[in-house]
Design a protein around this ligand. Sequence first.
Ligand SMILES: Cc1cc2nc3c(=O)[nH]c(=O)nc-3n(C[C@H](O)[C@H](O)[C@H](O)COP(=O)(O)O)c2cc1C
Length: 195
Amino acid sequence: MTDAGADDERRRVLYIIVCAAGPASDVGKLVTLARQRGWDVQIIATPSALDFIDAEALETQTGRPVRSQYRKPGEPRSPKADAIIVAPATYNTINKWAAGISDTYALGILAEAPGLGIPVVVLPFVNTALAGRTAFRRSVEDLRAEGIHILLAPGQFEPHPPGAGGKMASIFPWDLALFEVHKVIPGRSKQVHGQ
Ligand SMILES: Cc1cc2nc3c(=O)[nH]c(=O)nc-3n(C[C@H](O)[C@H](O)[C@H](O)COP(=O)(O)O)c2cc1C
């Protein structure tokens, strides 16, 4: 078999970037859905998100270490991503990404993704006080202009009133993010990234 043939045979890799917001503790639901659809999943958590997730359980579920830092020299690379979901995506990470800041491993991956042609789907989790800020609206607009798929609209994620996040976390629409990935990826894409 040729190298190209071997590449065709491999399972597609989905990076799930988890930020520090209420629904993060349920990210295993998205892992289950993605694995059912044939994805090999790599979880990348922001440093703050580590307090929200059960990294050990996710490692068992994905069969891969949860990453939140750049690897040290000599450590194995993560598999290259075919697609990326950012969920839940915080106000902080969305604004920093749009502003070009790359001070976490998660933001480093996101910084390069548009230039590498990796499809990125973002499912935010923000309240109305944050979502209404000019900075946030500008960030969403700028990222969309770069081709990022941000599920912030009626029927997608809709910001909740401040203080209602706990209740809304349980109905966070994880499935929409995966559905969007399947809408935007052009069939079996080639490996394009990994560090
Ligand atoms: C319990 C708790 C809930 C939070 N919920 C949210 C939230 O729903 N949305 C949000 O944007 N930030 C939320 N935050 C604030 C973020 O955790 C904070 O801005 C953090 O710096 C985000 O880091 P990250 O973007 O690197 O994950 C919450 C913080 C705590 C402690």
